[in-house]
Design a protein around this ligand. Structure first.
Ligand code: NAP
Length: 481
């Protein structure tokens, strides 16, 4: 019997180890555009191994728990499929936000449920009533942290989702009151005290209820005070929190794979948050407590002057004489789904001997890597995609910088206007190209709500219209010649 039990445990550990390796290798592969799709598949395989192993070996063998898990799996798969098919790419940040929230509440419920379900022997083992076994403070610490971090993640993510969806109940502007910061500090202290009480007096299960309520309130207060424009960063941070909560739930359940997976999510979320903050030249503290990023009033003395408009015909002629064209994609290209038309335009120009490159700002669009994914989907070669530094070294040689639905990431005000909310954000120096053509529908502002100085420069011209329609119009012009 003992041999059988050991063999069973060995198989489980082997399967979990394989799944963990798949996650780590998959994550590494996701770091490069070329290997990203395969990396996703490797990670998904790891998750399949993990789920199947847990399902068959770890359920305790009772039919009831298997049925519950099967029902949960079916519902989860159906909702996941619905999300995958219905949610457009541009709404991905909201969707990730919501999924983080689900992760948070799941961990919180695991923490509470596991504590409540301990039988006599398990309890005696934990609290040191079994001779020779010490009191397991780490279990109660992990339970308290699971409830705290899971609760904050849940409500914080719901608020972030609401802000990005434009729900009335969660206004996009930073909602801050004079009492917000003291209340946040007070709630945090209360949560720590309640967690400390649970560790000191493990039998005081009542502490979990107020801890959960205060954690949920803390999540709301923390995120409601942040402006909508900063939500993608907040979502990345909450993604990290959801990983930490899952990792803590792994300690509660003594499930090594959950500990590893949660730690991977926690660490990668923090790294991504740091990258996004750096790309916007903001500190994390400024994002969390700066109250920036709502509907921004244009500073007095903003860009003045007139802008010049051009037609597709004018632009086609300009492009053919450019030598080097650098395409600068942004959120508008994603909304219009213009990537295929842009790729076709590039192929026509390349056939005429023009060199085509793509300048990708780290926060162009609404999520990191947004532009890379779209361009890759349209089979744009990876080698022609330049990052911020590479692109800025090349703009001076470009005959045309063709800005397609990008706005904030090209605004020269970020370099010199200290009053601008985007001051200090590294930008793509498109204004250094010989000429700039901007495709967008109007003179409306971008995500940060500030006017773009670029549009009033003498070397800049506006081609007004939907990004896809205009790219197709340029294709038609080139084909008709
Ligand atoms: P943006 O500044 O939001 O500007 C997008 C522009 O696209 C708009 O000005 C809009 O102008 C135009 N547009 C919208 N629909 C269009 C369509 N169908 N056809 C043509 N144009 C269209 O975009 P961005 O330059 O990509 O900058 C991203 C912004 O998001 C930055 O402020 C960044 O800080 C923020 N952000 C991004 C991330 C991230 O991870 N990527 C994270 C946090 C924050 P019209 O309405 O006139 O067409």
């Amino acid at each position: 019997m003992l041999t059988l039990a050991l063999q069973r445990a060995d198989w489980i550990n082997l399967a979990y180890l394989t799944a963990a390796v798949c996650f780590i290798v998959g994550l590494k592969m996701l770091g490069k555009v070329k290997t990203a799709a395969r990396g996703n598949a490797v990670s998904a395989l790891g998750m399949l191994i993990a789920a199947v192993t847990t399902f068959f070996f770890m359920t305790g063998g009772t039919t009831v728990s298997l049925i519950w898990i099967a029902i949960a799996l079916l519902i989860g798969t159906a909702v996941g499929l619905w999300f995958a098919l219905k949610v457009p790419m541009t709404n991905m940040p909201q969707m990730v936000g919501l999924l983080n929230g689900f992760g948070g509440i799941a961990s919180m419920l695991v923490g509470i449920g596991d504590y409540a379900n301990k039988d006599g022997l398990e309890w005696a083992t934990l609290v040191g009533e079994v001779p020779g076994l010490p009191y397991q403070a780490n279990y109660f610490l992990a339970t308290a942290l699971t409830v705290l971090v899971g609760g904050v993640t849940f409500t914080g993510s719901l608020v972030a989702f609401g802000k990005l969806e434009g729900l009335k109940i969660t206004p996009s502007r930073p909602v801050q009151f004079s009492w917000s910061k003291p209340a946040i500090a007070g709630l945090l202290v209360l949560c720590l005290v309640l967690g400390g009480l649970l560790i000191a007096k493990p039998a005081w299960g009542w502490t979990l209820a107020p801890l959960a309520v205060f954690a949920l309130a803390l999540g709301i207060l923390l995120v409601i005070g942040i402006g909508g424009a900063d939500m993608p960063v907040v979502i990345s941070l909450l993604n990290s929190y959801s990983g930490i909560a899952a990792s803590m739930a792994g300690f509660v359940l003594r499930n090594e794979l959950l500990i590893i997976t949660g730690a991977l999510v926690g660490a990668s979320g923090i790294i991504l948050t740091k990258i996004m903050c750096k790309a916007m030249n903001r500190s994390l503290m400024n994002v969390l407590f700066g109250g920036v990023g709502g509907v921004v009033a244009q500073a007095a003395g903003g860009p003045k002057g007139t802008h010049r408009t051009v037609t597709p015909e004018d632009v086609a002629i300009q492009l053919e004489a450019a030598g080097l064209v650098i395409v600068v994609p942004g959120y508008g290209m994603a909304v219009a789904q213009a990537q295929h038309a842009v790729a076709e335009l590039a192929r026509l120009l390349e056939a005429r001997g023009i060199t085509m490159k793509y300048a990708i700002h780290p926060v162009a669009g609404r999520m990191p890597g947004h532009m890379n994914v779209l361009l890759a989907e349209a089979n744009v070669p990876y080698e022609s995609m330049l990052d911020l530094e590479q692109a800025n070294a090349e703009f001076e040689q470009a005959g045309v910088a063709l800005v397609i639905g990008a706005n904030d990431v090209t605004n020269p005000a970020a370099r010199h206007d200290k009053a601008s909310p985007i001051y200090g954000m590294p930008i793509l120096d498109v204004d250094k190209a010989r000429s700039v053509v901007v495709i967008k529908r109007s003179m409306n502002t971008g995500f940060a709500g500030v006017e773009n100085e670029l549009y009033y420069l003498p070397n800049c011209a506006m081609l007004f219209g939907d990004a896809k329609a205009m790219a197709q119009a340029l294709v038609t012009e080139l084909k008709s010649e």
